[in-house]
Design a protein around this ligand. Structure first.
Ligand code: HEC
Length: 114
């Protein structure tokens, strides 16, 4: 009985460790911008980026710029590059951290690159 209990405790803890490792590994794999904060990116994008994109698109639907059918950006590094480019041109003064957060937000919301 004593052995059985010790055994199930160690099986349980090994299972938990395995699950933790798998969860961390798979979320790092699934998100190319793990350091970005999506909600911060969302609000930065809303305050600095949306109005100009809206003015470019019919019906004021700037987000359609990111649609599969309209987008020019095809890779993770192009996405990051374009966020950097537009942020510089708009003189946002963003640091890498902000660029990464906005890239993450756009990727989660629109591009979904792996
Ligand atoms: C003054 C206008 C303007 C502002 C402000 C602006 N952009 Fe842009 N953005 C553009 C234009 C114009 C394009 C299209 C460029 C092209 O198609 O070659 C574009 C394209 C993009 C694309 C690529 C879309 C695609 O084709 O996949 C991304 C990403 C992007 N902008 C991000 C941002 C971000 C992030 C900000 C906020 C910092 C921002 N933009 C602010 C004008 C702007």
């Amino acid at each position: 009985m004593f052995f059985l209990e010790e055994d199930s405790v160690s099986v349980l803890s090994r299972t938990l460790i395995t699950l933790t490792v798998l969860t961390c590994a798979s979320s790092a794999w699934a998100n190319p911008f793990p350091a970005g904060n999506r909600e911060h990116g969302r609000s930065l994008h809303a305050s600095k980026c949306v109005s100009c994109h809206n003015s470019m698109m019919p019906g004021n639907r700037g987000e359609e710029l990111y649609d599969e059918f309209n987008r020019k950006v095809k890779t993770i590094s192009q996405l990051r590059g374009m966020v950097d480019f537009c942020a510089n041109r708009t003189k946002t003064g963003w640091f890498d951290e902000e660029v990464i957060s906005v890239s993450r937000y756009l990727n989660d919301q629109h591009y979904q690159f792996k």
